[in-house]
Design a protein around this ligand. Structure first.
Ligand code: PHE
Length: 335
């Protein structure tokens, strides 16, 4: 039958062209020539199918499909083959003797390094490290710390209150403004004696400048036992500062006020010629003990809260606190 011969010629011509195509561009041309929807030679075959006599139609249609499928399968196989040989060529062009690129090795952020050292030093003084959440309720950030409702420290403008589901369910929620929250959480969960430190982030809507950031790190310390004294507080803090910065560091207490300590002091550190304020401290206020169910007649304690960035700046000679948060590798890789 003439039609079937035309099909076979088409198939043979297509397979030969596919065979000869040396790259994907040439192969694409072959595809368009033989299978193209618009002017491909497959259109002529389709027309031939239309001219077949009714009794020949089924055989012609079947053969048409066979031819078309076989050409398109050969095209696909050849495309796959060309892709693989291109890949193989790329691999064989790769020179394994070329010097490699040295991977950049990361390091801990200076603040993380200092926090690690602080934990280690305080561990040697017998303080256990505990953690607390950064998202807090008012009981732990204020109430149990003897900071009453009308205290200026609770002003919404001075705190980062957070709108979230648990805030609607269980009262206001805020980003903690101090790590003293962890004093409360610790005493709620254990009986005295207590000897803990907790290091982490705190948040305050301060105006940002060279020494202020709206997020910074504190180390909180709490020691509760029978007969704890202010002299012990001073000893622990000076020993700590000396171990970190060297034997020449001096500690000075200035009278101050915190709702959760009585008496309270501001702690200054002298290193070189100048005094630098490093945090607050004092004897735990009996109201705080009462809030966590400790007997204020039986137990005494001291607490302190130190600003970690201050130590970092002094230690590494950094003059602007903002450098710590800019993620500039030229800065960070120096530590
Ligand atoms: N929480 C106080 C602050 O952030 C510091 C402090 C801690 C003072 C513990 C006394 C006792 O300023």
């Amino acid at each position: 039958m003439e039609i079937l011969n035309a099909f076979s010629d088409y198939e043979a011509a297509a397979l030969q062209a596919i065979n000869q195509a040396g790259d994907t561009d040439a192969l694409e041309k072959v595809r368009i020539e033989f299978l193209g929807q618009k002017n491909g030679r497959i259109r002529d075959l389709q027309k031939l199918v239309g001219t077949a006599k009714p009794n020949e139609k089924p055989a012609v249609g079947k053969r048409f499909n066979e031819v078309r499928n076989s050409v398109s399968a050969s095209l696909e196989a050849k495309a796959e083959h060309l892709k693989n040989s291109a890949r193989q060529k790329a691999v064989s062009d790769f020179d394994v003797t070329l010097p490699g690129e040295r991977p950049r090795i990361g390091q801990l952020h200076p603040i993380t390094q200092v926090m690690g050292e602080f934990r280690e030093l305080m561990g040697r003084f017998g303080f256990t490290v505990v953690d607390g959440p950064e998202l807090e309720d008012e009981r732990h950030n204020f109430e149990a710390l003897n900071i009453p409702e009308d205290h200026p420290a609770r002003d919404p403008l001075d705190n980062f209150y957070v709108a979230c589901a648990s805030a609607t369910a269980g009262g206001p929620v805020l980003l903690r403004s101090q790590t003293s929250t962890v004093q409360i959480r610790t005493m709620e969960s254990m009986k005295p004696p207590v000897r803990i430190v907790s290091l982490g982030r705190v948040y305050r809507p301060d105006t940002i400048d060279a020494t202020h950031s709206c997020m910074f790190h504190q180390m909180e310390g709490l020691l509760v036992d029978r007969h704890v004294t202010m002299a012990q507080l001073k000893t622990v803090l000076s020993q700590f500062a000396r171990s970190f910065l060297g034997p020449d560091v001096e500690i000075r207490f200035r009278p101050s006020f915190f709702p959760f300590t009585e008496p309270s002091v501001e702690v200054d550190m002298k290193w070189g010629n100048s005094w630098m304020e490093i945090g607050g401290a004092g004897m735990v206020d009996p109201n705080v003990f009462a809030a966590v169910g400790y007997d204020p007649e039986e137990y005494t304690g001291f607490a302190f809260g130190l600003g970690i960035e201050r130590f970092c700046m002094k230690h590494f000679g950094v003059d602007d606190i903002r450098r710590f948060y800019e993620n500039d590798l030229r800065f960070l890789s120096q530590f």
